[in-house]
Design a protein around this ligand. Sequence first.
Ligand code: SF4
Length: 139
Amino acid sequence: MHRQLWYQDGLRFSCTGCGDCCTGGPGFVWVNKEEIQQLAVAMQCADVAEFERLYVVPVGNRHSLRERSNYDCILLDPDTRQCRVYAVRPRQCRTWPFWDSNVETPESWERTCQVCPGSGQGRLYQLAEIESQRQVIRV
Ligand code: SF4
């Protein structure tokens, strides 16, 4: 049984594919060892070391995908504005927008809806589904 949460009746989200969540201000997209291995294959790198050299930056004891100078994700195609690794995108991208920081309060969800046109509209996600996505990675 889930404790009482403000989004007890679910939240709506249907991605429009605008790509805005892969851009914007500076930030981190955390990747673990398994994700790096999958991404290296998807990007047709010779090996994991090559992928890390080109696309990953260490942050403390964690690893994040690099950003371009305009803060676009390095794996966002600058011409098509599509994710180049969508099928194997990291947990952090898969679970957007159901992150702790986005659903913490109605106000934080409202801010999320302002930066993501897919949030707050479309498919209704039930509480259990939101909670299971929220627990995949804490961001
Ligand atoms: S900002 Fe929202 S609607 Fe746009 S691509 Fe990202 S998840 Fe989809």
